[in-house]
Design a protein around this ligand. Structure first.
Ligand code: FES
Length: 162
């Protein structure tokens, strides 16, 4: 157990031994944990469909960043908190305000990219109160959408009320 990689996945303590050096977080989530809300698009860090949050404790503060799970190796996750889109809904199944805003503003069409956008926006709202348009655009710069155009998504981000 001493050589294992330990982290928290959503609310679950994970300990993994014998992790391959190129085993990705995306494959772990989708293939081993069946958390298929995290999508595989390009599989090379370009599209953002696989976006999750990784939290790390520094100076007594847990700080989250959005990462591309397809190019994040499991071995780099020791002592982190990994958050996937499955973690956002309330216990009663209610959508998170970020998700609800995307619904209200028609920010999703085919939906394949939507979990990635949700996680990028969730990460923004965890770290920034009342972000401006420029901060929203910066938070979404790693997410590609080929259906809606970006305006409804940015509008949703501006209308989230937590
Ligand atoms: Fe495209 Fe990960 S699947 S960035």
């Amino acid at each position: 157990m001493n050589d294992s990689i330990r982290f928290i996945l959503n609310g679950e303590d994970i300990a993994l031994a014998d992790v391959g050096p190129t085993e990705t977080l995306l494959d772990f989530l989708r293939l081993k944990r069946r958390l298929t809300g995290t999508k595989e698009g390009c599989a090379e860090g370009d599209c953002g469909a696989c976006t999750v949050l990784v939290g790390r404790l520094a100076d007594g503060k847990l700080t989250y960043e959005s990462v591309n799970a397809c190019i994040r190796f499991i071995g780099s996750l020791h002592a982190t908190h990994v958050v996937t889109v499955e973690h956002l809904a309330g216990r009663d199944g209610a959508l998170h305000p970020v998700q609800q805003a995307l619904v209200d503003c028609h920010g999703s069409q085919c939906g394949f990219c939507t979990p990635g956008f949700v996680m990028s926006l969730y990460g923004l709202w965890l770290t920034k109160e009342n972000p401006g348009r420029r901060e929203i655009e910066k938070a979404l710069q790693g997410n590609l959408c080929r259906c809606t155009g970006y305006e409804p998504i940015v509008k949703a981000a501006e209308q989230v009320s937590l």
